[in-house]
Design a protein around this ligand. Sequence first.
Ligand code: UDP
Length: 151
Amino acid sequence: MYKRILLKLSGEQLQGKYDGGFDAERAQWIGAEIKKVTDRNIEVVVMIGGGNYARGAQLAHGGVQRVTADTIGMLATLMNGLALADVFNAHNLSARVLTNVKSDQVADQFTHRRALSHLIKNRVVIVAGGIGRPYLTTDTAAVSLALELDC
Ligand code: UDP
């Protein structure tokens, strides 16, 4: 039996029936699956991707610098995180977004302490912004986060 798990969700999983963007029905289905886990008192951390909106490596051309493109990619993960948390909270699954991209107007900054304080209240912690640095993907960020949060 696990005490805490980390789920990496890529952006493509959130686009559901669309070619891009966010499908709230798909998000609701994902939330229902996660709820089966939290109902067993297993804590859930989600590292959210952004490929349904932007990926740095694809966007970096024609004058758009790689660092800029990766920043846009990280902001895409934040858009997903915000929408996903709303869908979860609207369907009886308590969730909070913490971001590694500084965006204090829209979400709390990720800190280890904040993540733990949500998890012990059985809230799903959705981490956006990857690790907050360019030249990485959310897959790498997920591994780092799993180590940090002992998942
Ligand atoms: N990204 C980044 N640093 C990170 C995590 C992500 O710069 O720590 C950027 C990168 O451009 C990446 C984009 O955010 O392509 C979206 O993340 P990812 O490609 O992992 O999304 P997914 O494929 O999982 O939907």
